[in-house]
Ligand binder design. Structure first.
Ligand SMILES: Nc1ncnc2c1ncn2[C@@H]1O[C@H](COP(=O)(O)OP(=O)(O)O)[C@@H](O)[C@H]1O
Ligand SMILES: [Mg+2]
Length: 491
């Protein structure tokens, strides 16, 4: 492969640099809230060795203000504060920033309050008097994780600034090859076939090819072959005379003529009816069109880009697509791999869509919590980039502040068994976990309908309920462990 232009310091045509601001909480900050100044001083001293901003507060109210301003990744929180119980502040801190890890400290240590703290979402619990070595251990471990995370986010942002070719985001070897190929094809092509699963970016690539071609100032006409009724196909493409058929009140040029001098994009080309395929092939060979009912022959100079998510070779083997047309169309082919085969692109794509959504919804630069990001990385993306785009748009609308957490994501992703198990970190499942994952998968298949799911699983509805209940997924309310709703279309 030729040296990729993105590596050149002088950005050549086609490469646009987009500036992505860093998320607000992108620095490592810790907040300690305790009414005893000596304890805060002690914490400061013990944590001095870490590259960290340490903020301190002696009341719940001033602590909460600092949390909102500095977005600390970790909060050390005293339970007994002069103005408010720490256990009450905990949920407020988490609502402000779901990614924040709160460690509770208390002199009135009891098993119940520890359990209550964990239930409310505390990351850890330290009895007073504080064992400072234990505290340092907890902070160090968080600091290490947070630094790695910060580094990946920063790398993703730098990468996403560089890895944009005419609006197509990508930095995987496959996409860099594709950018290279587009640049070489664009000046010269007459026919190109773009292949790829749905949502991989075929429309986007087609418009970029046109934009980079010498015909960029001429029309780019889109024909969505999947949306045209079979009987109207021929006249859509080739046009018709007045009265050529019922409803043809006046003469009309077809899409081929409309695109004259420019590019005709035939999306879902595999859907063209066989009879029209023959006529279209004749056009490709002669570059002449005849409107339906009109003997006049018109020469049309037009570039053709065809796209398909089907395997045309297979279709032609089955006699459903003309093999001669397939060979004609596929002399130059651009294949776009599915997203799961180029996960290096995921980070820059996420960043790209977060920035777009921030602008679209007038929010400050949006970001994801670490666990939400991990979830997106383990999801298999059957709907490719389009599914990712939809997920981020959805989450951008759902999230309360500017930080997207797991429960803001569409439930197909949040509840996906593969996401769950891999996100949980343990690859080898216990029987109960495997059972639960399977039950969730079947529930998803059944559109959330529990009776149907129970039928498919060959168990009674009450057994299904028992399994969900045992896992903390309250079947009556349909809430998951992260508070996600499980779709409930009838039960
Ligand atoms: N590499 C990419 N960079 C940026 N946006 C992309 C990329 N791939 C796809 N998209 C976006 O995802 C959506 C789906 O892409 P589209 O071109 O319609 O896919 P397809 O035609 O293959 O189904 C579009 O909004 C498109 O702009
Ligand atoms: Mg498409």
């Amino acid at each position: 492969m030729a040296k990729h232009p993105a590596e050149d310091s002088s950005a050549p045509d086609g490469f646009r640099q987009t500036r992505v601001p860093l998320p607000r909480h992108a620095s490592l900050a810790l907040l300690a809230i305790d009414d005893e100044a000596e304890i805060l001083e002690l914490i400061r001293r013990w944590l001095a060795e870490l590259p960290l901003h340490v903020h301190t507060a002696t009341t719940a109210a001033s602590g909460f203000e600092l949390a909102k301003t500095f977005r600390p990744g970790m909060v050390l929180l005293d339970v007994k504060l002069p103005d408010q119980d720490g256990l009450k502040l905990l949920p407020q801190l988490l609502a402000n920033d779901p990614g924040c890890e709160v460690v509770l400290m208390t002199g009135y240590s009891s098993v119940e309050s520890a359990v209550e703290a964990m239930r409310l979402g505390a990351a850890d619990y330290l009895p007073k008097p504080i064992a400072m070595t234990r505290l340092l251990e907890i902070v160090r471990s968080w600091h290490k994780r947070a630094s790695v995370y910060l580094r990946t986010v920063q790398l993703d942002q730098v990468a996403s600034q560089k890895a944009v070719f005419e609006g197509i985001v990508g930095r995987s070897p496959a996409m860099l090859d594709l950018f290279d190929k587009l640049q070489r094809i664009a000046p010269h092509f007459t026919n190109v076939l773009i292949t790829g699963e749905t949502g991989t970016g075929k429309d986007l690539v087609a418009s970029v090819l046109h934009k980079l071609s010498p015909r960029r100032d001429r029309p780019f006409v889109v024909c969505n072959c999947a949306a045209i009724a079979e009987t109207l196909f021929e006249s859509e493409l080739f046009g018709h005379t007045k009265g050529a058929f019922t409803g043809a009140y006046m003469a009309r040029p077809g899409l081929i003529e409309t695109a004259s001098g420019g590019t005709l994009f035939l999306d879902e080309v595999g859907e063209i009816p066989l009879a029209v395929q023959a006529k279209f092939l004749r056009f490709l060979q002669s570059r002449e069109v005849q409107r339906v009912g009109d003997p006049t022959v018109r020469v049309v100079d037009v570039n053709i880009i065809a796209a398909t998510n089907r395997n045309l070779e297979e279709l032609s083997g089955q006699g459903r697509f003309r093999s001669d047309l397939y060979y004609r169309l596929s002399t130059v082919t651009v294949g776009i791999p599915r997203l799961s085969q180029r996960m290096e692109d995921l980070g820059p794509l996420i960043q790209h869509f977060l920035t777009l959504c921030s602008r679209l919804y007038g929010k400050p630069q949006l970001d994801l919590t670490r666990r939400a990001r991990a979830l997106l990385r383990s999801y298999p993306w059957p709907g490719n980039v389009r599914e990712l785009q939809n997920a981020i748009h959805y989450a951008a609308m759902m999230c309360r502040a500017d930080l997207i957490d797991i429960e803001d994501l569409p439930e197909t992703i949040a509840l996906h068994p593969k996401s769950r198990t891999e996100h949980g970190g343990s690859k080898v499942l216990t029987l109960a976990e495997a059972e639960l994952a399977h039950v969730i998968e079947v529930l998803e298949l059944a559109g959330g309908n529990r009776s149907k799911a129970a039928d498919i699983l060959g168990i009674s509805r009450s057994t299904l309920y028992r399994i969900l209940e045992k896992a903390g997924l309250d079947p009556a309310r349909g809430h998951g462990e992260h508070g996600e709703e499980i779709a409930q279309t009838g039960t």
